[in-house]
Design a protein around this ligand. Sequence first.
Ligand code: SIN
Length: 475
Amino acid sequence: MQSIKNRSLISFLCEPSETTLAVENPATGEILGHIATQSRDEIGAVIGRSHEAQKMWQKRSAKERAGILRRWFQLMMENQQDLARLMTLEQGKPLVEAKGEVAYGASFIEWFAEEAKRTYGETIPAPMGDRRLVTIKQPVGVAAAITPWNFPIAMITRKAAPALAAGCSFIAKPANQTPLSAYATAELAYQAGIPRDLLTLVVNQSNSMIGEVFCSQPQIRKLSFTGSTQVGRLLLAQCANDVKRTSMELGGNAPFIVFDDADIDKAVQGAIASKFRNAGQTCVCANRFYVQDGVYDSFVDKFVAVVKQLKIGNGLDHGVVIGPVIEEKAKHGIQALIDRAIQQGATVAYGDTPQPGLFMAPTVLTNVQQDMDIVKQEIFGPVAPIIRFNNDEELIEMANDTIYGLACYFYSRDIGRVWKVAEALEYGMVGINEGIISTEVAPFGGVKQSGLGREGAKQGIDEYLEIKYLCFGGI
Ligand code: SIN
């Protein structure tokens, strides 16, 4: 932590006690620091204060809210290096990726600062001459969020920025594994002029307690969650009681498809970026590869040649591409999927070599079949199972054969095929000749059991707004 130059970013750290949470570096196992946790009652009080703060915030003009958000964005970019170091220390991703995430996270704040001024209503031609009909948009109220450890900053800002821009207050529970960079980001929000009660972070050893409080407290009108489909289902059920608004960004099982007519070098480049970003720990990572007969051997050879070059290690070390996975449980789960695939007939084309601590070798599996567990489940680790396919119809069936529908990718240069395949894939996001598709300007989200709602883009702010219809009579 000595490497964090702006000490105000870690001013929330405290002495260890029974009510603090210890945060560990997954690359070294070292304890980085401790933060205070909040009890059920304390979180109740935070919600009460947030409710009051929201009433004041919504009275401020959109232009004023936009100005404060813009200042927050600038402070994040000024502190990009420190925020990134903090993130690498607690999350493990390579420093270059962490810097990229800080910029990505900040981009949502910049974007929604701009969108704050564009929450337009409508005038509607009335069916009677003596009436005038209009709609206005108003903030939902207090919004709560539960965010994951894989993108400790961006998953907070992708929710907080539209909420605050819309005039909501915002309470988030960052992941217990990676709260430090989230707290540092909130600190910059306060320095930018966002009142403390308007944006609050809470943590507790018990994730389920916080989930229950968020879902059962009537003052919270909206819950946004990024995490597993399993937990998303539970939260949706708990929110049903109060009929709360929800946004759910849940699990994925992204197919990455390479057709015979693809540019193979570009496909390999896209596959590496899509599969190994954050050591394979993203919801949109390629989870299973489908490669057509005619290019199968050349794709596998070229892909393996690049995978061999990927350097494993501490994300702070120069040239490292594959950092550790987040925790022991994750490493076991990923290894169990590899072992099962081998038992079921897959071949290790590269990798699967033992690594110390939480590190894992990037691994490529061939001779993979559609019915193997590794194809059905989200791997969330640096493993690439490759399936051979023959024709487009068979491919579409296999690619859609999942409960998930977040992201998918395919490489082809045939314009007719590109349109047909893009339309047939049952996913919220499709990368065509591109392995990295996330950006603040496009709607991020899934279909089927990958979630509800969209984040980022012009649609993102609507998740925090209610539409009110005004009917003026007797004109
Ligand atoms: C995620 O894995 O949930 C987010 C990935 C992204 O925003 O690109």
